[in-house]
Structure formats: C-alpha cells, structure tokens
Write a protein that binds this ligand. Sequence first.
Ligand code: ZN
Length: 95
Amino acid sequence: MSTSNSEPLTTENEVATCRGCGRALRGKPYYMGGIAYIPETGARAPANHFGGYVCSESCDRNACLEMLSSMPGAGPARRLDTPCEQSVRLNWSRS
Ligand SMILES: [Zn+2]
C-alpha cells in the first residue's frame, strides 16, 4: 500500500472559490450548489457565465476570457462575446 500524504476524501473542508482569482469564499463549492459569499463584504458571489463563483467584476471577465480562449479553434480572446458581456453586466449592475 502506498502511503501518500494525499488529502482525505471528505467534502467537509471544501469551500467555494473564485473562478477568476482562485481565492476562497464563504460557502460550498459551486458544484455542490447553494450560495457563496464574499468574505470581506458579505455580499453574495455571483455565478460566472460558464459556471463557478466570481468575487469581482474583473474576476468575472477574466474567467470568461479564459474560457473563450480555451475553446477549440479560438485564439486568445481579447474581449467578451455578447452572452458573456450580458452575464457580467447583470452580475454587477446592482446599484
Ligand atoms: Zn476573484
């Protein structure tokens, strides 16, 4: 038997993370459902257009750009496409 020091396979310690910058948020991971909150502000972390939580508008945009760039046949994306743009706008348009 190999005795690697791998993490125990519990979900108890899994937390939500920002898809843009990767930092930990308060709440359950996105795939587990529920709601995540941004620790500093207590505000709800919106979901990115492609899934996952994001903690700021720039993270939201970065996460979209990353996904758009990784699509087959797509070069490095410099701007968001329309659905992404709309999603980001909706997420952060609260005044
Ligand atoms: Zn972030």
